[in-house]
Ligand binder design. Structure first.
Ligand SMILES: [Mg+2]
Length: 164
């Protein structure tokens, strides 16, 4: 029973583009509903949720109450649930980065995708860790965790690795 594969996916910087904070459509601006999704995120998540991780794809995001509410609105506005088939009850939020470890443990996740190496460092107990489009400075600060992870730079690349 314990070998059922479950995928956890971060939202900011993985599903929602957040690297360009100065853009008009930054998630921190009033135009946050127009912040773009990361290229191919929805289509690859749909494939993973229909395929290898059949209805066992979870979104796990660390953010405060205001960003939680914006994130829920963004997901709905962009038809995330309809397009991917991932249901709203699979979305989990926490206030501290380290809490992603508790959530991963209680959900029984086996794989995780995050754009922060620090967070993947808390998830050492999972079988597969993917560092998505990382930022160089953050990697430098958390370099000791780098041997634990597979670095990917696009959803297409991640999809290929996970849909094996
Ligand atoms: Mg993130």
């Amino acid at each position: 029973m314990n070998n059922i594969e479950k995928l956890g996916v971060d939202i900011g910087g993985v599903i929602i583009e957040n690297h360009n904070v100065s853009a008009d459509t930054s998630f921190m601006s009033k135009n946050f509903l127009s912040t773009p999704a990361t290229a191919d995120a929805f289509i690859e998540l749909k494939r993973l949720n229909e395929g290898r991780f059949k209805d066992r794809v979870f979104l796990v995001s660390k953010c405060g109450p205001s960003v939680q509410s914006k994130t829920r609105k963004w997901l709905k506005h962009n038809n995330f649930y309809e397009i991917t088939g991932i249901s709203e009850d699979k979305v989990h939020f926490c206030l501290e980065r380290i809490e992603k470890a508790e959530i991963s443990h209680s959900l029984g996740l086996t794989a995780f995708v995050d754009d922060r190496l620090e967070i993947l460092g808390y998830l050492k107990h999972l079988s597969d860790l993917f560092l998505f489009k990382p930022q160089e400075a953050e990697v430098e600060e958390n370099r000791e965790h780098l041997p634990l992870v597979t670095v990917v730079n696009s959803w297409a690349e991640l999809g290929t690795l996970l849909n094996r």
